[in-house]
Design a protein around this ligand. Structure first.
Ligand code: NAP
Length: 248
């Protein structure tokens, strides 16, 4: 029997790389996306072409309705949940503290805190041995910004990822006796279009000089860490944050 994995934001970037890798390693993968159905369907088709099983599921994971619909679709179409990669996140335009509107803060908290929180809640209901489940693993996508404070203009993003790290730690403690491991990855500068949301299309080029390994990372390199954390090879690893940053 395939293990069932939900990847939020699995249509593009790091989520897509993790979904593809999971599909190639025998997981039945729910590829969640927000609006880009073409990208999510292409990930699903790639997994199926390799002999794997996957479905694309549209849902805004910052809403109760979206999260319920995502998890209920997976219950129905793939069966008992084993693993969650709470990957989807958001970023607002670069702004100094003096110019950050409340709307940016609310969008950031909603995308980076409420979304993973709601998804982890639904996963815990299904996987907890206390609730009749068979255990499982959760990985949350944090960021090196949580540790380094983010680049200038990304204060809200960095603060939200700091909250993600605390949530990961607290959740691992709360679920430790319920058969569920909880960890985070903290990617550094990874080549995806996510950075364009800041409004600075040269962002990666400008910052790569600060990476000791001298280069940006790839979504595939983050996916490898995620899949290890989800796997039985990491059976005694919980409550930790794995940096994938080229030593940054
Ligand atoms: P990306 O390439 O822009 O992909 C983002 C994915 O998330 C897309 O599939 C998007 O769906 C989905 N998404 C966004 N909001 C959503 C919502 N409300 N509901 C459902 N899906 C939603 O971004 P990425 O670089 O892979 O980033 C993914 C995660 O990694 C984020 O949490 C980010 O903070 C974290 N991270 C990234 C970097 C980096 O350098 N790239 C570094 C550190 C941490 P659509 O395709 O439908 O739009």
């Amino acid at each position: 029997m395939s293990k069932v994995l939900i990847v939020t934001g699995g249509g593009r970037g790091i989520g897509a790389a993790a979904a593809r890798l999971a599909g190639s390693r025998g997981y039945a993968v729910a590829v969640n996306y927000h609006s880009n159905s073409e990208a999510a369907n292409s990930v699903v088709q790639g997994i199926e072409a390799g002999g794997g099983k996957a479905i694309a599921v549209q849902a805004d994971v910052t809403t109760e309705a979206g999260v319920s619909s995502l998890f209920e679709t997976v219950d129905r179409e793939l069966g008992t949940l084993d693993a969650l990669f709470a990957n989807a996140g958001t970023l607002t335009e670069y702004r100094p503290i003096q110019e950050i509107p409340l709307a940016d803060l609310e969008q950031t908290w909603s995308g980076n805190i409420s979304g993973p929180f709601l998804c982890a809640r639904e996963a815990a209901k299904r996987m907890s041995t206390t609730y009749g489940g068979k255990g499982g693993a959760i990985v949350i996508n944090s960021s090196a910004a949580a540790r380094i404070g983010g680049a200038h203009g990304m204060l809200a993003y960095a603060a939200s990822k700091g909250a993600t790290d605390t949530f990961t730690l607290g959740l691992s403690i709360e679920l430790g006796g319920q058969g569920i491991r909880v960890n985070a990855v903290r990617p550094g500068l990874i080549e995806t279009t996510f950075h364009d949301l800041t409004g600075d299309l040269e962002r990666l080029k400008k910052l790569v000089g600060g990476v000791p390994m001298g280069r940006t990372g790839t979504a595939d390199e983050v996916a490898e860490a995620v899949l290890w954390l989800l796997s039985d090879e990491a059976s005694y690893v919980s409550g930790t944050h794995v940096d994938v940053t080229g030593a940054r």
